[in-house]
Design a protein around this ligand. Structure first.
Ligand code: 5GP
Ligand code: ZN
Length: 111
């Protein structure tokens, strides 16, 4: 997808160290962390919104969540973490390539 910053990161056109990678997803650190630990889990396939879900995309999202559950210790999130998917304008989504935020490494405030 042209002009999509996460597609460029996935393609390696914008360098970003990968803490995890497989054929369907990558995990990187957020460039502007909102917690002591702040990761982005990014499916390699471009789509913007959960409302664009189909069977194939649902499989990818399922895979991302299953993978997150195996990475907790490796990412330093064994104390717990918050999972956020911002959707659209009201949700504050700024990058229109679906991604899952993981925030942790400290006791997070209520929201
Ligand atoms: P959104 O607001 O769309 O849910 O989240 C987008 C996130 O991507 C923001 O937290 C922002 O800091 C992060 N971000 C934007 N550009 C880059 C980048 O080039 N590299 C990394 N690692 N994170 C980015
Ligand atoms: Zn994209």
């Amino acid at each position: 997808m042209e002009n999509c910053i996460f597609c460029k990161i996935v393609a390696g056109d914008i360098p970003s160290p990968r803490l995890y990678e497989d054929d369907k997803m990558i995990v990187i650190r957020d460039i502007e962390p909102k917690a002591k630990l702040h990761y982005l889990c990014i499916p390699k396939q471009h789509f913007a919104l959960l409302s664009e879900m189909d069977e194939g995309r649902a499989e990818i999202v399922k895979h991302v969540f299953q993978t997150i559950s195996t990475l907790e210790e490796q990412l330093g999130l064994q104390g717990g973490y918050r999972v956020i998917i911002n959707q659209g304008e009201d949700g504050g989504q700024t990058v229109h390539h679906l991604h899952i935020h993981l925030l942790g490494g400290e006791k997070l405030s209520d929201f």
